[in-house]
Design a protein around this ligand. Structure first.
Ligand code: C5P
Ligand code: MG
Length: 308
């Protein structure tokens, strides 16, 4: 059948985008509107990389979702599976995971319906962790013994942003102390990295007694962003944002950015692909389906910083 002018145009735009960034023709890449992606990239290149900031989620965005068919751990799971908690507590945390994770990724429920349940999950899990009287000095070992993996290409991602003095905000509903340890052990906790997350509060003998500040869960990143006005104020000369996430809740991570000019959103769709593909395509500019690498974000960054 004859192609409509619209379809022909979409195909031509996608083709010219792939000439600019060949990785965008990878089989994992889906875009609803390649023209929009091209326009945003064009504006961002024109503005220069000194106007760019990167805001990324952590679990299942910077870290792998699975490896050799096996699920990789989130920050919370690193503790769930470690020696710092008892067998009984592990069982309870696993039970929470099996109860609430299916709700987190259930596309048939609205955010309004899920939100109180997510608060319940995080609150119950944090209460259980506090009961375990976890020692701060055992966290590094819990991380090094875990199966956590940053996505392939992480070294280039972190090093390139650092070399170009582009600020990277890691905005995570995971656990800040664990997340920092993961990137420290990987040798990429550079000076351009800032973290917003849930941090542990230890007593004077180094034992976990609570979590600090307001809870960050999967659906309140907007509130978290708006609480941190100081950070975004410092970055006000960088109105162009590259946002990376794996949940629809991650889309609000940039809500605190001042006078934003352009935002390019890259979303990893790791699980329940068919059910969620439509909503991801509607909200993320570039959707990466079951892609365990940072190849595409890295290629976009190279393009934005003029490196090939
Ligand atoms: O870094 P990010 O914001 O992605 O961290 C949130 C993730 O942590 C959620 O996707 C959720 O599945 C996971 N989580 C968990 N155990 C908990 C709470 C959250 O694995 N107790
Ligand atoms: Mg995530």
């Amino acid at each position: 059948p004859a192609l409509t002018a619209y379809t022909t145009n979409v195909i031509l735009t996608a083709a010219s985008l792939c000439l600019l960034i060949p990785e965008l023709s990878n089989p994992s890449v889906c875009m609803k509107d390649p023209q929009r992606v091209q326009d945003i990239l064009h504006s961002m290149v024109k503005a220069g990389s000194n106007t760019l900031q990167v805001i990324s989620d952590f679990d299942m965005t910077l870290t792998r979702f699975s490896h050799n068919g096996k699920r990789c751990p989130t920050c919370h799971n690193i503790l769930d599976n470690s020696k710092v908690i008892s067998a009984d507590c592990k069982q309870q945390l696993d039970h929470l995971l099996h109860t609430y994770y299916p709700i987190e990724i259930d596309s048939s429920r609205s955010v309004e319906e899920k939100l109180p349940l997510m608060v319940e999950w995080w609150t119950k899990a944090h209460d259980l962790l506090v009961e375990q009287k976890i020692r701060k000095d055992l966290l590094a070992e819990a991380v090094s013994e875990s199966e956590v993996m940053l996505r392939e290409g992480f070294q280039l991602f972190f090093d390139h942003l650092h070399e170009h003095s582009i600020p990277l905000l890691i905005f995570s509903a995971g656990i800040g102390d664990i997340l920092e340890e993961v990137i420290r052990q990987a040798g990429v906790f550079h000076s351009n990295v800032n973290v917003f997350s849930n941090y542990m509060d230890f007593d004077e003998s180094g034992v976990l007694r609570a979590f600090k500040g307001e809870l960050i869960h999967i659906y309140n990143k907007r509130e978290g962003a708006l609480l941190n006005t100081g950070h975004f104020q410092e970055l006000r000369t960088r109105p162009n944002v590259l946002l990376m996430g794996d949940s629809l809740g991650d889309l609000s991570m940039a809500d605190g950015v001042q006078d934003m000019e352009n935002i390019l959103k890259i979303g990893f769709l790791n699980d329940k692909v068919e059910e969620r593909k439509r909503s991801y395509l509607d909200s993320y500019d570039i959707v990466l389906i079951k892609d365990e690498t940072l190849e595409v974000p890295n290629a976009v960054l190279m393009h934005l910083t003029g490196n090939k």
